[in-house]
Design a protein around this ligand. Structure first.
Ligand code: NAI
Length: 306
């Protein structure tokens, strides 16, 4: 069955080019009305222009779709609120939010300025917070919402020179993990995309041949699935060059140590058991960890917690 978005309104941030542009075009092709948001600045976040967003809207309209351009800076809450209000005024609902806008200020940790660090957090993390917050009540009332945050292998696994970016990209995962719990009873689902694509952001970092394989169009199907009606929830979907995979944060089963062993030396002595991957699991909420530890402690001490 073809997955479509007829009657749905989508906001895609940073949709003037690269991945966001591809997401917006494909959503519109499949029936969604799309807010094409883009500040239109340079890769490092400086400057602004409405040109790129307007060009994407023209492209969507030429193909028979519906779209509106928006120049809000996602790091500015008032501008984000005005963007969502404009979408509501024109189309009366917001069903899909793809938090995609992003910038880079790469430098090794000690060489980068704290201003750059803050700016990168503001755009990626606070930008996702602002856009999600501005749509949240609307989605709650509709009892329908599909939200994607864009993370990165730099956040999940680290990348030299990207402390600011990696911190922000892991921050959005923390936001998702909690919001899936708060949104569950309103049919608001939230997922994360970890893309790898040849765009302005990655230009010059890889050979031309590789760049050509990593098209945004190979990533976009992942986003479209994550914002579909039958989407998964709380998934980190990795996509690039036609490969798709899921990233998970797992915790080892671990082991309980006797009170005498609860010392740094005891931990060193049991390191193999503590880190043993056998039985490791992706926990679904913070309290599951506490529950697991209390169960082990009760068993170890031979007591009941009832
Ligand atoms: P891009 O540089 O081609 O596009 C990003 C867009 O966001 C630009 O059009 C820019 O004008 C817009 N933007 C930047 N700051 C904004 C702001 N404050 N408000 C509104 N719009 C703003 O980059 P690309 O590669 O398409 O990246 C899209 C997302 O994917 C970003 O969040 C990026 O961090 C993430 N990502 C990309 C990867 C890649 O391999 N290209 C890898 C991992 C994550």
């Amino acid at each position: 069955m073809t997955i479509r978005y007829d009657g749905r309104v989508a906001i895609v941030t940073g949709a003037g080019q690269g991945l966001g542009r591809s997401h917006a075009i494909e959503l519109a092709k499949r029936g969604a009305k799309v807010v094409v948001n883009d500040l239109g600045g340079a890769k490092d976040g400086t400057g602004a222009s409405s040109e790129a967003a307007l060009a994407v809207v023209a492209e969507i309209e030429a193909a028979g779709g519906e779209a509106m351009a928006n120049g809000a800076n996602v790091a500015n809450y008032a501008e984000v609120e005005a963007m969502v209000a404009a979408a509501m005024e024109k189309w009366g609902r917001v069903d899909i939010l793809v938090n995609n806008a992003g910038i880079l200020r790469d430098k090794s940790f000690i060489k980068g300025s704290m201003e750059d660090f803050q700016l990168v957090l503001n755009v990626h993390l606070m930008g996702s917070v602002y856009c999600t917050r501005a749509c949240w009540e609307i989605m709650k009332e509709q009892e329908y919402g599909r939200i994607v945050v864009t993370t990165s292998s730099s956040g999940l696994y680290g990348n030299f020179g990207q402390t600011n970016y990696g911190s922000a990209k892991m921050g959005v995962i923390g936001m998702m993990n909690t919001l899936v719990q708060e949104g569950a009873k309103y049919n608001i689902r939230m997922n994360a995309l970890a893309p790898t694509a040849g765009t302005r952001m990655t230009e010059g970092l890889m050979p031309e041949k590789v760049f050509e394989l990593l098209t945004p169009e190979t990533v976009t199907p992942a986003v479209l699935y994550l914002v579909s009606e039958d989407s998964p929830n709380r998934t980190i979907l990795c996509a690039g060059a036609g490969s798709y995979a899921v990233a998970k944060i797992v915790e080892t089963d671990g082991c309980w140590l006797t009170p005498e062993e609860q010392t740094p030396e005891g931990i060193a002595a049991h390191w193999d058991a503590i880190t043993d991957p056998e039985g490791e699991r992706a926990l679904q909420a913070g309290f599951e960890q506490t529950g697991k530890m209390l169960t082990k402690a009760a068993a170890g001490l031979g007591i009941s917690l009832d």
